[in-house]
Design a protein around this ligand. Sequence first.
Ligand SMILES: Nc1ncnc2c1ncn2[C@@H]1O[C@H](COP(=O)(O)OP(=O)(O)OP(=O)(O)O)[C@@H](O)[C@H]1O
Ligand SMILES: [Mg+2]
Length: 384
Amino acid sequence: MTHPLPLARLGIVGGGQLARMLAPACHAYQVELNILDPLDQSPAAQAANGQIVGSLHDADALSALCAVSDVVTFDLENVGADMLVTLANQGVRMVPDPATVQLIQNKLEQKRHYKAHDIPTTAFEALDEPHALSQVERFGWPCVQKANTGGYDGRGVHILHSSADWPNRLLGPSFVEAYVPHATELAVMVATRASGEMVVYDPVEMVVDPELNLLDYLIAPARVPAEIAREAVQLARKTVASFGTPGLFGVELFVSADGDLWVNEVAPRAHNSGHHTIEACVTSQFENQLRACLDLPLGQTDLRAHALTMNLVGADGFEGRPVIEGLKWVSGLPDVHVHLYGKASCRPGRKMGHLTLLGQDHSGLIERANQIREQLFIRGEQAI
Ligand SMILES: Nc1ncnc2c1ncn2[C@@H]1O[C@H](COP(=O)(O)OP(=O)(O)OP(=O)(O)O)[C@@H](O)[C@H]1O
Ligand SMILES: [Mg+2]
């Protein structure tokens, strides 16, 4: 079979760091890359062939991206999915199917989907605002309130320990779900293509910063018994198969203290918990995302080493043009890989990049990560 080059024109809805990290795979395969993002010179546009500046919810902007793309994929799920469904129905190829993005962007609908497909997920109940307090009292404290739509990075998630937390609840359409105490959080990246071929990465363990509700670091492979890891892989396969669409998916799972597994949520795209795959796996999550988009055979997912990935987030007390401290030192360390996202300005807690460390064992990696944390900082130029 012969293929004319460039192999394809890929359009990405959203130009953040995930789309930026897909660019090297596009370059390797000689795929032309175009981005839609409201921000001129978005992180991904800096690495792409072109960018359309426009809203991810604007029908004209989405059509313009489709017009320069043979296949369209996503950097995030907060996009104008109903318009994308219309464009897909008109014959634009999209991976994954935008109907799945639409389903996933509503966490309550996502939970209902898992229930309907017999996929274990924690008990939940939609809140009916005028009666919500009495509903939650019946449901039981502690529980977790989640906004149906629009949440990310822990925004849109509120733990309700007791009625004292009620005044600070999230406003707007939401649901509550059972709180999983002392949960170990796993994530499993899965890629699948139209033929049904599916590849799965080893489960990774996500260690969450309890204050920011944001990933602190991830470690691969997860420190769980082999039996739990096998079950997590099976559950991730079943979950992704339930959507019936090709693409790359990040499946977030909770393991309870008793060893029960629950699906928390799914991202229909590359995911924070797969960043280590760039250096640590035979095929990165991004290359497999591209292969799924192009319907090419999927690459091997084997881990080549133990890995730890930590976010590089903006330091407190500063904002503005980003400055980095300790980069020279960190660049001198063996098997430490720096990724900066090209964001024009830095705010406290904003994800500005990440670092992946490779090694032979978990404790050595955690020790090295703690040393790096004391020396490497990213922050804005101005004090606030
Ligand atoms: N039912 C639960 N029991 C215990 N902890 C929970 C529960 N739901 C959420 N959390 C905690 O809150 C974090 C964020 O929740 P969730 O993944 O649903 O939100 P998110 O905003 O989509 O986050 P992200 O974008 O970081 O994935 C989880 O990683 C977990 O630490
Ligand atoms: Mg999550």
